[in-house]
Ligand binder design. Structure first.
Ligand code: XMP
Ligand code: MG
Length: 187
C-alpha cells in the first residue's frame, strides 16, 4: 500500500497498542468509575476530528471504565502543514459539557496553538475537569506553555502520517505512524 511513499516506520502498530494500554491504565486510575449510576458521571472523551479518530477508538476500547464519546472538528487557518492559532469550529459538540469530566483526545500537538485555543473554548463551558491525552507531541509544543498530562510519544520535528494522520487526506488508514518520503510533498 502507498508503495514508496513512506520513508520509514516511526512507531509500529505494536508500539501504539502497548502505549495505548499503558495510557489507559494511568487514565483509569485518574478517573475511577463513579458508583452513583448517573450517566453524566462517565468520563467524556472529546475526539478532535479527523486525526484523532483511530487513537480515540482504540483508547476507548482499552479503557476499563465507562466512557462516552463526542467529536469536534476544527480547522486552523494557515498552510496544510503548520497552524496559525486562529481556529474555526467546523463541527461543534452535540451536547453540554457543564460539570462533566472531560478528556480531550488529540492525535498530535505541534505548536500547541490548536490545543490551547480548544482548551480555552471548552473551559468556558464549565466542565468539572478538563485534561488532554495526545498520542504524539513534537518538540515545539513545549513552548506553548500547555499542561498536557498524558502523552503517548514525543517525536522528532518531522511530518508524520498514518493512524489517523494525513497528508492531503491520504495515509490515515495506515496502522502505524510513518515518516513521509519528501518526494510526496515536493512533487
Ligand atoms: P498545532 O501546531 O496547532 O497543530 O499544535 C496541530 C495540528 O497540526 C496538524 N499536524 C500534523 N498533521 N502530521 C500530520 O498529519 C504531522 O506531522 C503534523 N503536525 C501537525 C494536525 O492536524 C494537528 O491536529
Ligand atoms: Mg491534518
Amino acid at each position: 500500500m502507498y508503495d514508496g511513499d513512506i520513508a520509514s516506520v516511526l512507531i509500529s502498530e505494536e508500539q501504539i497498542n502497548q502505549r495505548t494500554a499503558e495510557l489507559a491504565e494511568i487514565l483509569a486510575k485518574r478517573y475511577p468509575p463513579s458508583t452513583d449510576g448517573d450517566p453524566d458521571s462517565d468520563l467524556l472523551l472529546i475526539g478532535v476530528l479527523k486525526g484523532a479518530m483511530m487513537f480515540m477508538t482504540d483508547l476507548a476500547r482499552a479503557l476499563p471504565i465507562p466512557t462516552q464519546m463526542e467529536f469536534m472538528a476544527v480547522s486552523s487557518y494557515g498552510s496544510s502543514t503548520s497552524s496559525s492559532g486562529v481556529v474555526r469550529i467546523l463541527k461543534d459538540l452535540d451536547r453540554d459539557i457543564a460539570d462533566r469530566n472531560v478528556l480531550i483526545v488529540e492525535d498530535i500537538i505541534d505548536s500547541g496553538l490548536t490545543l490551547s485555543w480548544l482548551m480555552r473554548n471548552l473551559a468556558s463551558r464549565n466542565p468539572r475537569s478538563l485534561e488532554v491525552c495526545t498520542l504524539l507531541r513534537k518538540p515545539d509544543a513545549v513552548r506553548a506553555d500547555l499542561e498536557v498530562a498524558n502523552v503517548g510519544f514525543d517525536i522528532p520535528n518531522e511530518f508524520v502520517v498514518g493512524y489517523g494522520l494525513d497528508f492531503a487526506e491520504r495515509y490515515r488508514d495506515l496502522p502505524y505512524i510513518g515518516l513521509l518520503d519528501p518526494k510526496v510533498y515536493s512533487s
